[in-house]
Write a protein that binds this ligand. Structure first.
Ligand code: FES
Ligand code: FE
Length: 426
């Protein structure tokens, strides 16, 4: 398939048809192009400010293929620095997290302070002429944050983070407002999946797969006396720019002011108090949204926030056309009752944990798809569910419809150089 064609996505939603060419999951050339046109141009999630609370605290991450350090600077602001020495390219920090006053490159000893300035240069007298320390500080991408969520962008021409997030920012607010001080809890889960990154993006809040892929979990809920069919009450929204959300009433309760039938009754009073606080602060409608409704937010290209019985932050970093590394954290109020924190963590592990009910099933599905797509005779994937009614009902009420998947592909095609208009190119 030729690069730069408009034949990768067949958007004929008006006719109830939406298809994606399977080549885009297999072709290393398309993957290389995605690196440039999507990952080097989008705002990508780096981490949460609470992970680096004091000046000198840092975490090392790989973001869009770029090794970076997120560090709290001496002026208390959070910086993201490329983890690459200006001498001969070594990584200046080789541990995943910590606290420091400086990063010393172990190769030849150049030393940078936590703001990225070059502060130590062995044999400096041998450097002369036009060489200056100022020009050899650590380089940095653009950095911006929204309510503590830190993003970076490699392209100076990309819109501001606020414009990039658009309507999706309100969903980050619904997490940030759950307590005065929301913090990422210590620890994370990290695992490799042998699948194309876009299949993980599609799976992030695909409601159609739940009944079959997660049948074991639904049986577990029923065996626990919970009616999982309640989950279907909800909607899916295209938030623009490739972002999307789903909202529903989860059967499993929320540690934000709504208890579930199978939770210990003692928690009911604490959650009622929390609900009253939310109502006093935000009013009845917003408090109801925060207390009652479960949400998933997908930020294009590779971040999902599952705001359920625990709040999960998960991102997937492409390694190659058929491999991703997934990292997941949970965020919670800094101050909360011990029983609620324990319940939150148990809920997180039970469903989203690497050995939970959901994640192994999803990994199996994603890896099976990658193998299935080796058959090049299967030229198109179908993403048509709900397309016929999309124009008349942009907030799809059926949680199993696929409006959010089409939002991803429309953004993807635009970024890759295709047209925004329907192609009708079959
Ligand atoms: Fe870092 Fe030489 S590569 S000091
Ligand atoms: Fe799933």
């Amino acid at each position: 398939m030729g690069i730069g064609t408009d034949t990768w996505v067949d958007d004929a939603a008006d006719d109830g048809i939406f298809k994606v060419n399977t080549e885009v999951f297999r072709d290393p050339e398309i993957f290389a192009l995605e690196r440039q046109r999507i990952f080097d141009r989008s705002w990508l999630y780096v981490g949460h400010e609470s992970e680096v609370e004091s000046p000198g605290d840092f975490v090392c991450r790989s973001v869009g293929g770029h090794p970076v350090i997120m560090v709290r600077g001496k002026d208390e602001s959070v910086r993201v620095l490329y983890n690459t020495c200006l001498h001969q390219g070594n990584q200046v920090c080789r541990v995943p997290s910590g606290h420091t006053s400086a990063f010393q490159c172990f190769f030849h000893g150049w030393t940078y302070d936590v703001d990225g300035k070059l502060v130590g240069l062995p044999g400096e007298s041998s450097y002369g002429g036009r060489f200056t320390r100022q020009e050899h500080g650590l380089r940095a991408p653009r950095v911006a944050s929204h309510r503590g969520f830190v993003f970076m962008c490699c392209d100076p021409g990309t819109e501001s983070l606020a414009d990039y997030l658009g309507a999706a920012a309100a969903y980050l607010d619904l997490v940030a407002d759950q307590a005065e001080d929301m913090v990422v809890l210590p620890g994370s889960h990290r695992y490799t999946t042998h699948a194309n990154w876009k299949m993980a993006t599609m799976n992030a809040h695909d409601g159609y797969h739940v009944a079959t892929t997660h049948a074991t979990y639904l049986k577990y809920l029923r065996d626990s006396g919970v009616d999982p069919s309640q989950r279907r009450l909800g909607k899916r929204l295209d938030l623009g720019n490739g972002h999307s959300a789903s909202e529903f009433f989860g059967a499993w309760g929320r540690p934000v002011a709504r208890w579930a039938a199978y939770w210990p009754e003692a928690l009911q009073e604490q959650l009622a108090t929390k609900r009253a606080e939310l109502t006093a602060t935000f009013g009845e409608d917003r408090a109801r949204l925060m207390a009652e409704v479960d949400r998933n937010l997908l930020l294009f290209p590779n971040l999902v926030i599952n705001d359920h019985s625990a709040v999960l932050i998960r991102t997937w970093e492409p390694q190659s056309v058929d491999e991703i590394v997934v990292t997941a954290w949970t965020i919670a109020p800094r101050q909360e009752a011990e029983e609620i924190r324990a319940l939150r963590l148990r809920n997180y592990l039970t469903f989203f944990g690497p050995a939970g009910f959901a994640t192994p099933d999803d990994i199996e599905a994603l890896e099976c798809v990658q193998r299935g797509l080796r058959n090049q005779a299967m030229q198109w994937l179908d993403v048509s569910k709900g397309a016929a009614t999309e124009a008349s009902a942009p907030e799809q009420d059926d949680n199993a419809d696929e409006i959010q998947l089409r939002a991803i592909w429309r953004r993807w095609r635009l970024d890759m150089g295709g047209s925004l208009l329907t192609a009708g190119s079959r």
